[in-house]
Design a protein around this ligand. Sequence first.
Ligand code: PMP
Length: 407
Amino acid sequence: DANAVPQAPEDPLFGLMAAFRRDTDPNKVDLGIGAYRDDNAKPWVLPVVKKADEKLRNDPNLNHEYLPIAGLADFTSASQKLVLGGDSPAIKEKRVTSLQTISGTGAVHLGALFLAKFYKPNSNRTAYFSDPTWPNHFQIFNNVGIPQKTYPYFSKQTKGLDFDGYIKSLESADEGSIIVIHACAHNPTGVDPTQEQWKKIAEVIRAKKHFPFFDTAYQGFASGDLARDGWAIRYFVEQGFELCIAQSYAKNFGLYGERAGCFHFITSPSTDAQSVVSRVASQLAILQRSEISNPPAYGARIASIVLNDAELFAEWEANLRTMSGRIIEMRKVLRAKLEEAGTPGTWNHITDQIGMFSFTGLTEQQVLKLREDSHVYMTKNGRISMAGLNTHNVDYFAKAVDQAVRA
Ligand code: PMP
């Protein structure tokens, strides 16, 4: 009886977007959704994506047949190289298996589903998420019945990493827990560990036999440098961990709605590694078949054209630097304006943080005041999408923040 179905709350982020659209104030500012905007607050189709799209449309052999269950092979193999580095021993030793997924969300889901079925290191078998994390992590792992806990991540005092809390939590977790880790440009805080801190995190994860589950949604988008943004994952793979990776092409290719992504499972070096990977691959294929049968082709074809062509690849890197450069510039301008105005508080975290988001430290009350008084829309936790700022509205936003903080 469907009468028993309770009303679910609206997704907070999509609700915020709807409220923004309803607002008729000409000065309104959208700092909610995590999608890149250009300096005129417009969505940006990467020029290299336009080129690849044209190539694709002019291809006389293009058709709309199904892809294989694991997706487009040229896309998944290029995705391995992108995330692990072209000369990764894991690829050479055939210790990686990859499936194309419904963007990053689908990759997280496929990984969670696989772990729910096959990963049973202890009776509790809990997944740990950073506090805070991308809220969908909880929903996705909940759907597959994996119990959840959080590890401390963000320090309200420093607006940086609570490294001690993070490490202590990893140390006290049951052996063999699943540790979900943002590979770079942590969402929602923009706070990443330093390389020294990553090394210590890896050490504790190894000592406790935890399973690292990387979520990478911002490679190249964060710093403009693919290797730099991929450093943590590559370090863990170098250290010989068995791990998995959920990879999204939404932000770094601007292919949000095309749902291009990839799931990778990497096993440790061993004489049996190829056999392990082949068995894992066979099970993943069955899960994929029952869930989506086969992934959508269009976005993966576009990414694949770019990733497999040296000239287009270089152009893509330039496009990445355009996006990350504009965001980094907005961080600098915003911080400078707040500091010049003497806005109470410290603002160095605006430029210390990286990627799409900044955790401003604004309270829920201040966030609501900004919405009511200044028509500025951000999530209640004080997260702003830096991509929503531009040379036309950053001054307005800084003044609005100044007012809200002083109120
Ligand atoms: N993980 C994180 C941390 C994200 O920020 C996002 C994008 N908001 C995703 C995964 C997945 O997004 P998508 O499904 O659009 O690739």
